[in-house]
Design a protein around this ligand. Structure first.
Ligand code: C2E
Ligand code: MG
Ligand code: MG
Length: 581
């Protein structure tokens, strides 16, 4: 017998086999084509016909009709059946884009296998493809979501760090600098709390579009925190160029923003970090970001609405901030904070009419005063527990003074930060402290700074709720930085505390301009039914001038420095302020 009898193409077994073979191929989700060594199609499964619209036949032009390209859009170097003669598997997981039967372009993963044998005479290729278009699109969307900010669509921190890293690599090659500029909105939390999240989002979107508009093409703008945006500038020649760019970004805040159905004034502070190509240390991306952040905090501390560059001084301050933050936390736990009380006097009689409670931290690092550590506590949120303690302690102490005075009760001034004022529970806290301590409401004076009230960001109804409790409200540090004149009449305030910078030159030969400003402020206050308290009176000459201008109350080293509880008790029993000043 012939050991290899010729295979009949018509035996019932073979017919059955072929049927099974076709059924299996057609059941696949993958498209399969069997090609001869010239690329002619010998066989296709149903999926291949459905997707590519190809049929068996001698022609090879089915391949070029698909206009196949690689992932990068470039034409493939060779048809798959020619790709690597001699190897078993020609293509492994090759990504191919091709035009399909409905005219759209789809994305496929293609695998081919070289086979030899009489059926393929003498050899040929089995090509299998899988449509991954939808999967890819989902993947790309996920990638985008994980690397971009949902609100503004800008790159997020992860993508930003990647961009900075690449910028730094290129900068080293081209011996250029990279600037990272962190822009942080001023008082954004206050705006968000008072106008609501939707208005906050409107401001953020507007900020993103304004900042993008002043960026150079090719540079990156990212959003890394609620109100923090970061610009990465490549190809910068000097630190000055980085600073100029920061000013351009801050300039984008000119003109009011539409948010919450009204117009809002928005300002920002910026920190700049520049990586010089010549610098020995190769900076890491996160270091640059941290440096820009430290510089931005310095800009905030210096009054906001400005830009600062990272340098040694900023580095020193950043370290200090961290130390203060940690030390302040333990000072609260260990009950180490104290209050000093500075008398407020009637300029006409010299008698004490009240006192301002001023926070003291005897164990503070570097003997820091409240002007330095209160802003740090404001930023970390620690001002809330501290402020609540100050309020309670000051009212409790003030109640002990009443035993010493019969004619009229003394008021107690308590400083309140913007952060406290915007906490929804603040009026309830005040009400609770009034009840607990029994202090008559009109004797409590809450001192609010202009910056807390700026642009009407503190909801006026909070001020009215406080007024309804019967407490007095004072505008502290009047005249520093912002002009409150425009909206003063809208606020239910009782006192205006004139900042010491206005009082400083009153008795000096070159003080005529200041005298004019103080006179105007006193007139304004009296027109609005407010009482003026002059701060920082250090000399009798200043007190004299103030009396002449019709100012009734004052506070300052000339009358008394901030005193301990015991010192103050002494003053109250004798009414001798000068003895302890
Ligand atoms: P402030 O509320 O304007 O307090 C007046 C500041 O001027 C006090 O500084 C006081 O010691 C100082 N001062 C008083 N008389 C004179 C004077 O004749 N000449 C000069 N050069 N200065 C005088 P202090 O105690 O260092 O407080 C600084 C700021 O820290 C306060 O300014 C206030 O804004 C803030 N602060 C103090 N205690 C608290 C607090 O309990 N809570 C909050 N949120 N802020 C506080
Ligand atoms: Mg004050
Ligand atoms: Mg003040």
């Amino acid at each position: 017998m012939d050991p290899n009898p010729p295979v009949s193409t018509t035996t019932p077994e073979l017919g059955l086999f072929r049927e099974r073979f076709t059924a299996v191929l057609d059941s696949l989700d993958e498209g399969v084509l069997v090609l001869n060594s010239h690329g002619a199609i010998l066989d296709v499964n149903a999926r291949a016909v459905e997707v590519l619209g190809v049929l068996p036949g001698p022609s090879q032009d089915w391949w070029s009709r698909l206009a196949p390209t690689g992932e990068d859009g470039r034409a493939l170097p060779a048809p798959p059946w020619q790709a690597a003669p001699g190897s078993d598997r020609l293509l492994r997981n090759l990504t191919v884009e091709a035009s399909v039967v409905d005219g759209t372009r789809r994305c496929f993963i293609v695998n081919t296998l070289n086979v030899s044998g009489s059926a393929l005479q003498p050899e040929g290729t089995v090509l299998a493809f899988r449509d991954v278009t939808d999967h890819r699109a989902t993947q790309q969307r996920l990638d985008h979501v994980s690397l971009h900010d949902g609100l503004t669509g800008l790159p997020n921190r992860t993508l930003l760090l990647d961009r900075i890293e690449h910028a730094l690599e290129r900068a080293v090659r081209h011996r250029r600098s990279v600037a990272v500029i962190l822009v942080d909105l001023d008082h954004f939390k206050v705006l968000n709390d008072s106008l609501g999240f939707e208005a906050g989002d409107e401001v953020l979107l507007e900020t993103a579009s304004r900042l993008s508009a002043v960026m150079r093409p090719g540079d990156t703008l990212a959003r890394v925190g609620a109100d923090e945006f970061v610009a990465v500038l490549e190809d910068v020649s000097s630190t000055e160029e980085g600073i100029a760019a920061a000013h351009r970004l801050l300039g984008a805040f000119t003109g009011s923003f539409r948010a919450g159905g009204g117009e809002q004034r928005v300002t920002a502070s910026a920190g700049v970090a520049v990586a010089e190509p010549a610098s020995e240390a190769v900076l890491a991306a996160h270091t640059m970001l941290r440096d820009a952040d430290a510089a931005m905090h310095r800009a905030k501390a210096l009054g906001r609405r400005r830009c600062e560059v990272f340098d040694d001084e900023v580095r020193r301050r950043a370290v200090l901030r961290q130390q203060v933050d940690a030390a302040l936390r333990s000072a609260i736990e260990r009950d180490e904070l104290r209050l000093a009380y500075q008398p407020v006097v009637d300029l006409a009689t010299g008698r004490m009419v009240g006192a301002e409670a001023l926070l003291r931290w005897p164990t503070a690092p570097d003997a820091l005063g409240p002007a330095e550590f209160v802003p740090i506590a404001e930023e970390s949120g620690m001002i809330n527990p501290i402020g609540s303690w100050v309020l309670r302690e000051a009212c409790t102490t003030a109640m002990t003074w009443h035993g010493n005075r019969t004619e009229s009760a003394l008021h107690i001034g308590v400083n309140v930060s913007a952060r406290q004022l915007n906490a929804p529970w603040f009026p309830d806290l005040v009400a609770q402290v009034l009840t607990e301590t029994g202090i008559p409401p009109h004797q409590l004076m809450l001192e609010l700074t202009e910056s807390a009230l700026i642009g009407g960001r503190v909801a006026i109804d909070v001020l009215h709720r406080l007024k309804d409790l019967g407490v007095r409200l004072a505008l502290d540090d009047f005249g520093v930085g912002y002009s409150a004149m425009g909206y003063l009449h809208e606020l239910p305030l009782d006192y205006l505390k004139l900042d010491q910078s206005f009082v400083a030159k009153l008795d000096r030969p070159d003080g005529s301009r200041q005298t004019a400003v103080v006179a105007a402020a006193i007139n304004l206050a009296s027109a609005l039914d407010m009482t003026v308290i002059a701060e920082g009176v250090e000399r009798e000459g200043q007190a004299d001038r103030l009396r002449g201008l019709g100012c009734t109350l004052a506070q300052g080293f000339h009358f008394a420095k901030p005193l301990s509880v015991t010192q103050l008790a002494g003053v109250l029993s004798t009414q001798e302020l000068t003895r302890v000043s």
